[in-house]
Design a protein around this ligand. Structure first.
Ligand SMILES: [Fe+2]
Ligand SMILES: [Fe+2]
Length: 212
């Protein structure tokens, strides 16, 4: 497929399923439907964090022009998504409260190499791609289960989040002197464990609910 051609939702879903090592488990979807207020608050946090993560890369790697332009565009899009979520929350009378993050991002970050600058960049970009891919996969799975307005909003996010996932992978390959696939597969295996194991609290990227 020509990369400039827009992809349909089923095509996007197939691409994400082929990339990720596991689909979102059904118990997480049930958990999300029962916790939609928390889901939206954490979704707002995720958009804000995605923008700030992109800006962090822009501060740390000022000599990489392609990275600067792609991350700048990404940060602007994430902040637009943030504004959209906050507006939707206000329409629904949801108070935006401060909540802590899930173990997901920290669980991936624990595996990042930090000694060498270029290795740290490669791992940051790979983790960025995986987080975007999982978010996109969850938006696609949730959309048909939600009310019409929220479902439509989540479908509207798919295309940009899928582009973000591809941009991160492209940049990782571009700025890395090594084959990125072993690192991608390593992080995907860690991510599968984080997604399929039990979690205490519901978040957008949490695992499955702990069985009582
Ligand atoms: Fe986003
Ligand atoms: Fe994104």
């Amino acid at each position: 497929m020509n990369s400039l051609e827009p992809m349909s939702t089923p095509e996007l879903t197939l691409e994400l399923e082929a990339f990720l090592h596991c689909p979102t488990p059904a118990p997480w979807l049930d958990w999300a439907l029962q916790n939609q207020t928390l889901m939206l608050i954490d979704h707002a946090n995720c958009e804000k964090k995605a923008a700030s993560n992109a800006m962090g890369l822009m501060y740390r790697h000022v000599a990489h022009t392609d990275l600067l332009t792609k991350m700048s565009q990404l940060a602007r899009e994430e902040l637009l998504h943030f504004e959209q979520v906050v507006t939707l929350m206000a329409e629904r009378g949801i108070t935006y409260e401060r909540i802590g993050p899930s173990r997901y991002a920290a669980g991936l970050r624990d595996h990042m190499r930090t000694d060498k600058r270029e290795q740290a960049l490669t791992d940051s970009l790979i983790v960025g791609a995986i987080v975007e891919a999982r978010s996109c996969e969850r938006f696609a799975r949730l959309a048909p289960l939600l009310d019409a307005k929220l479902g439509k909003f989540y479908l509207s996010l798919l295309r940009s989040e899928a582009r973000h996932y591809r941009d991160y992978l492209t940049l990782a390959a571009q700025y890395t002197g090594e084959d990125i696939n072993p690192r991608v597969q390593h992080f995907l295996a860690v991510e599968k464990w984080l997604i399929e194991s039990e979690d205490e609290e519901f978040r957008f990227h949490s695992g499955v609910p702990r069985k009582i």
